[in-house]
Design a binder for this molecule. Structure first.
Ligand code: HEC
Length: 269
């Protein structure tokens, strides 16, 4: 396959990318192009931005997020994201990364929940939202560690079972279920590979690569964005940010993806 034709060397990276994209559009193996781009992932830039936001004293209460507990105790980030979603006693809920960030940004920093949600998903080609940068920073602190979602608490188990049910359930005017697009190997829609999530490998890819840099949008995207986009493809009502529907699906997928090695940000088309 001609992914890197010789003009690349002469004419520089931009043209090279354009040529590679054309080659891909002609029906070659899309995953090769994706791997090529992985080596120079612009999403890395958001990690530092997220770190700055995390350490900064912000919000009406003028405090940083350093006391936020992601499950291993206040401020302990190493490996914490690899264990999410999980049950939190202080809220008596199972929370995913983004709902936990919302919890800390409202309780510790005093931000308004509705305002945070309004801005959580940034417009394409923007500099991204605080939530996107924070989610990536926190996740990056689990890089190199294994996904390890447990079902110890009854509410964790119930959330997992709800996610499993929702994954297979067909609903809406098009009668679509996640499983129809993501339940078989080698499926494509338009030119996009669909991850085969009922396989261990596919679930592991999902569990270990989000938040991810989305090439088509020039920003880092989170799992909440991804699920909302799929719900839209199913012509269901918009997914409300950080609600149980999304947490349940994330719980199901991440648990299936246990033992994958975390490597955020992923790079997606
Ligand atoms: C009509 C087909 C369709 C349905 C139904 C659908 N998706 Fe998707 N899904 C897609 C497409 C298209 C992509 C993006 C592929 C790309 O951009 O390369 C995607 C990507 C994803 C990803 C990211 C995979 C990765 O790259 O890591 C996740 C997670 C996901 N979907 C979950 C779901 C869930 C959960 C449901 C059910 C609520 C669902 N999808 C329903 C088409 C669908």
């Amino acid at each position: 396959m001609k992914i890197l034709p010789s003009p690349c060397l002469v004419l520089g990276a931009a043209l090279c990318l354009a040529t590679a994209t054309t080659a891909l559009a002609q029906g070659n193996d899309l995953s090769v192009g994706r791997k090529m781009l992985m080596e120079d992932n612009p999403g890395e830039l958001w990690i530092d931005q997220g770190k700055t936001l995390f350490m900064q004293k912000r919000g009406p209460k003028n405090v940083s997020l350093e006391q936020c507990d992601f499950g291993f105790g206040p401020g302990k980030l190493e490996g914490a994201a690899a264990r999410l979603p999980r049950y939190f006693a202080d809220t008596d809920r199972v929370e995913d990364l983004e709902s936990r960030l919302l919890t800390c940004m409202t309780t510790l920093q005093g931000f308004d929940r509705k305002e945070l949600i309004k801005k959580a998903i940034s417009p394409a080609a923007s500099s991204g939202s605080d939530m996107e940068a924070l989610a990536l920073y926190v996740t990056s602190r689990s890089n190199g560690m294994k996904v390890n979602v447990a079902l110890n608490h009854q509410k964790e188990y119930d959330m997992y079972k709800a996610g499993e049910y929702l994954f297979y359930r067909r609903s809406g005017q098009t009668d679509f279920g996640c499983v129809q697009c993501h339940g078989e190997a080698d499926k494509r829609i338009r030119l996009q590979d669909l991850v085969h999530m009922t396989s261990k490998q596919g679930a592991q890819e999902v569990a270990s690569t989000w938040p991810a840099y989305r090439g088509a949008h020039y920003v880092v995207r989170t799992m909440q964005w991804r699920l909302n986009d799929c719900v839209w493809q199913m012509r269901l009502p918009d997914l409300k940010y950080a609600t149980d529907y999304s947490i349940a699906l994330t719980m199901f997928l991440n648990r299936q993806g246990n033992d994958a090695v975390m490597q955020a940000p992923g790079f997606k088309r």
